[in-house]
Design a protein around this ligand. Sequence first.
Ligand code: IPM
Ligand code: MN
Length: 349
Amino acid sequence: MKKILMLPGDGIGPEIIKQVFKILKNYSIIFNNIKFFFSYIGGISIDKFNSSLTKETIEQCNNCDSIFLGCVGGYKWNRNIEKPENGLLKLRKKFNFFSNIRPIKCPFKNIDMLIVRELTGGIYYGKPKGFSKQIINNIPSWYAYDTELYNEQEIIKIIKISLNLSLNRKKKICVIDKSNVLETSKLWRIVSNFLLKFYKNIKLSYLYIDFASIEIIKNFNKFDIIVTSNLFGDILSDECSLLTGSLGLLPSISINNNFLSLLEPCHGSAPDISGKNIANPIGSLLSLVLMMEYVFNDLKNSKKLYYCIYKVLSMGFGTLDMKKILNNFKLVTTEEFGDLVNHYFVLND
Ligand code: IPM
Ligand code: MN
């Protein structure tokens, strides 16, 4: 039996997770051994329990095979000391989801690459970090600081994952860093160059983040696997959504050493459009495709769902953000898009 914990979170999270759940319910009839649980994370958890990640949610994570997350955050909590995002960051760290795989794929445009983002280290977590006060020219002034820190073990783990993934792809990986300035980036280069010796016929290249952010748009077909730090991966994956057309399209999966997996779309909670039934559920639906493939080892249904999503898109149906991307565009709501995909998914063809 597989146990799945659903954490819809904030903003558009509940709306898009609802579409995933429509399909999951039908999938559980096919797969027949899935149990679901729902719980809280982020802002909604702060509102209810005064904590962005409660002991109860952690306990539920400990007792499941897979965590399916919507998104966290929103203006509402801007003034809070405890931010909704802390819940997500704690969850990633606590369960050691160090490698976050973000496929940038679009069958309409012949794009197929993977961003492998380090997820539990770097400047997101490095200590010391904080706010403090100092006197400058007799004036008390605030200052704030963060620390970018990577140890060899952390880099080894993420580079190894990327090298292994590349064996089943084009055997080409690009490390993106800022080694002309940052010490951490220098260590990334030393470690990746060393590890390459244990692999045959893999092409390893390096690019600085500033130039890479141009190349990735201009010459995306030169890339296959991109591996990078937590912060650079966060930024580059949002940028890559320009290639596929909408930030709402990108899924992600992270798997830890105990085979617990975390599925989440790459986008944020989009509070400006939440509750309006206009959010794009595809980032989450494609995360479900990844779950079927990697958690359930069910390539057949994973391919089927992928096909259904693109079938609906190729008929021109899409949420508002897809207007300029689709031929013969027909506007549908979040719910309607979910229903269409679900309709084709349950058809036995
Ligand atoms: C992402 C998000 C998160 C991140 C936020 C919500 C903390 O932007 O998953 O890309 O920065 O990792
Ligand atoms: Mn992000």
